[in-house]
Ligand binder design. Sequence first.
Ligand code: GLU
Length: 289
Amino acid sequence: MTLPSFRFAPSPNGALHLGHAFSALLNARMAAEAGGRFLLRIEDIDTERCTRAFERGILEDLAWLGIRWEQPVRRQSEHFDAYAEALERLVAEGLAYPAFMSRGEVRAWLTEDAPAEWPRDPDGVPFYPPRDRGLPPRERAARIAGGEAYSWRLDMAASLERLRRRPTWTETGMGPTGDSGVIVADPAAWGDVVIARKDVPASYNLCVVVDDAIQGITNVVRGRDLFHATSVHRVLQDLLGLPAPSYHHHDLLLGEDGRKLSKSRGDTALRALRDIGATPGDIARLLER
Ligand code: GLU
C-alpha cells in the first residue's frame, strides 16, 4: 500500500513569508492527519534567482515553525537529467517543437500580424504565434545547428488529440470560482506552454510533474494561484504515463492592499517576525482560520 505523501515545494529566490508558512503548516498537518509522509522539494531550476543562502534560510524558517520533513530533500537543480529525459520523450513523440522567436519578435507579431481576438492564457499572456509550430523539420534542424536560441513548447493541439479526452483531477480544496470535486481540466486555455526554457533545459510545469511522480506524491497541497496550471500538469502526466495525485488548492493570504503576498516585494518575511519576538505559536495562531 502506498502511504499518502505530501510535499512543500518552495523556490529559494527570497525569504519565506506568512503565505508560505500557511502552506507549509497546512501540508504538514494534512500529512500528519493522513498518517502519511511529508517531503520537501527545493524548486531551484532558476539558477539566476535561486541561491543556497535563501535555501538555508527556508530550511531554518521551516524548522523554527516546528515542521519536520523526510530526508533527503530533493533539489531540482541536481536532476536536470530527469527533466531532459521527459522532454526527449515528448519531442520524440512529436508533441513538442523548438520555439525560436525572441520576446521582441513575439511582441512585433502580436501588434502587426495577430488576428483580432488573439487568445491569452489564464495568466493573461498572449498565446505564442503559430509560426514555429509548422516549421519544416529541415529548417528546424538547420536553425538549431546554426546556434539559434530556442525554447521547447508543447504542441497542445497535438497533445490533446493524442490523449483523446480531457484529463480530470480530484480537487479537495477549491478553485477561484469555488469549484471542487472532480474537475475537468482545460489545458487548451494555456496554448503551447513552454516545457524547457532557453536558458535552462527544464520548466516549472515539466519539473513539477516529473518530481511529484519520482517522489511518489499522492496529495498536492498548494496555493490557489496554481489551480489553473493543474490543467497543464494533468496533460503532461497523462502524456508521460505518470500517476495523477489529488490536488488541494488553498486560500492565498492577501496583503493589506489585497494583493497576494510576494517574496519579491519583501512581504512579511517570517524572519522579520521572528526578529521582533514572534514565536512559532504566534504564527500558527495568526494563520488559524
Ligand atoms: N515552487 C512553487 C512556488 O514556490 C510551488 C509549486 C507547487 O507547489 O506546485 O510557488
